[in-house]
Write a protein that binds this ligand. Structure first.
Ligand SMILES: CC(C)(COP(=O)(O)OP(=O)(O)OC[C@H]1O[C@@H](n2cnc3c(N)ncnc32)[C@H](O)[C@@H]1OP(=O)(O)O)[C@@H](O)C(=O)NCCC(=O)NCCS
Length: 389
């Protein structure tokens, strides 16, 4: 007799796996807030570091705390020559997400004196991770192009410094401001797959570098952070506005996912997509139009009829790739850039998890064999399903 699985929800859909005071999504109204502040307000007025402070410590900092936090992050931007040497050993053709995951984990080797009950250790680890992740990513980018990484600039704000390390040019202030707003928009998003991964890892009381490294690995998949790369590939494949309808009809008929659409939590357009679309338009007005934006807008409008009734609308990844491309960020750095921002959310969840920790240990519904008897190889049937036959 088969026993009906009780309470099993594939993908844990709708199952609360933690309590959290960090962010909230109203998926019916399309509202995202961090610690009670709406994302549109934060994107318009806050900076990424201020937002990171808010997420991690729960309140917006006063001017002195903000200055101190920004200063600490600036002071920890450099990475050891050993990390740069390690990055030089990585294959240039490897994906930057893998380089980022490995380098984030490697920080644990340099700062191994784990003291999870010491607030100074917590704030030190937060500062180090926020400061060094962009440096390591930019270093890998230059190294794989055959160049030496350049040192961070202590006089530049967070977003400008990253774009400077990446492009070796001080960015236009508008471009830097828009990139900073992108980081704000990507900083946190409740219990998504990578954040869940971070919390599970945190719950074992391992070090924060392992927490961030495991989350980076989870973010890399195409159903999560990796979708922003696929969106641009899809837009390029469509190529022009007049081919949008045929593409969409084909995708729906063949049950292919349209990249950058759909979200487990939203039944309306993702509020981050709305803001990113505005940022894209500002960038195009200033630095020149991108024809793929016209394809994207047409796709959004045609999809409103075809996918909208199912509650499937553009998500954060739909317009972010177009923004990043205009900022001169290579396509395979889109997801690592997402990780720079999301590190703030992961660290907030790490800290929150430590505050009320219980190790994650869900159960399973076993669907395998009942007990069987081991047989020597010569007594086994040839039809045993093993890869070698
Ligand atoms: C984000 C995502 C993984 C959420 O998935 P989910 O909540 O598990 O939803 P499901 O994949 O079960 O989809 C539910 C239904 O909507 C459809 N659907 C969901 N996203 C779709 C998309 N992007 N294009 C077309 N159909 C989609 C599914 O085909 C399914 O239809 P069915 O019930 O007729 O089979 C999913 O929407 C997706 O794969 N999107 C594309 C990748 C992407 O943009 N990811 C970035 C997320 S921020």
């Amino acid at each position: 007799m088969t026993v009906e699985p009780v309470g099993f929800r594939p993908g844990l859909e709708g199952v609360p796996a933690t309590q959290s005071a960090i962010s909230n999504i109203d998926g019916q109204r399309g509202v995202l807030s961090y610690r009670g502040y709406r994302i549109d307000e934060l994107a318009a007025h806050s900076s990424f570091l201020e937002t990171a402070y808010l997420l991690i410590w729960g309140e917006l900092p006063d001017p002195e705390r903000l200055r101190n936090f920004q200063h600490s992050v600036q002071m920890h931007r450099r990475v050891s020559f050993r990390i740069r040497d390690m990055l030089k050993c990585f294959p240039a053709g490897g994906h930057p997400m893998d380089a980022l995951q490995a380098s984030a984990a490697s920080l644990g080797l340099f700062y191994s004196n784990r003291a999870l009950d010491d607030p100074e250790y917590i704030s030190g680890a937060v500062v180090r991770l926020l400061a060094k992740i962009p440096t390591m990513l930019a270093a890998f980018q230059l190294i794989r192009r055959g160049q030496d990484p350049i040192q961070p600039r202590d006089d530049l704000p967070y977003a400008s410094n990253f774009l400077y390390m990446l492009t070796e040019r001080e960015p236009d202030p508008l471009a830097a401001r828009i990139f900073d707003a992108c980081l704000v928009l990507h900083a946190e998003h409740t219990l998504n797959a990578s954040t869940f991964s971070a919390r599970v890892t945190a719950s074992t009381l391992t070090d924060p570098y392992a927490v961030v490294a495991s989350a980076v690995g989870t973010l890399a998949g195409p159903l999560h952070g990796g979708a922003n790369e696929d969106v641009l590939a899809m837009l390029e494949e469509i190529g022009s506005e007049d081919r949008v309808e045929a593409y969409l009809d084909g995708a729906i008929k063949e049950k292919r996912k349209v990249m950058g659409f759909g979200h487990r939590e939203y039944r309306v357009k993702d509020p981050r997509a709305t803001i990113l679309q505005q940022l894209a338009e500002t960038l195009f007005d200033r630095f020149g139009h991108d024809q793929m934006y016209d394809v994207a807008r047409r796709l959004e409008s045609v999809a409103a009829d075809r996918l909208g009734p199912k509650g499937i609308y553009p998500n954060v990844d739909f317009y972010s790739g177009l923004v990043y491309r205009k900022l001169g960020i290579p396509t395979d750095l889109f997801t690592p850039v997402f990780a720079i921002a999301r590190a703030a959310g992961w660290l907030a969840h790490w800290k929150e998890q430590l505050g009320a920790n219980r190790i994650y240990r869900p159960t399973q519904i076993y669907t395998g064999y009942a007990e069987r008897q081991w047989l020597p190889p010569e007594s086994r049937s040839s039809d045993n399903g093993s890869p070698t036959g």
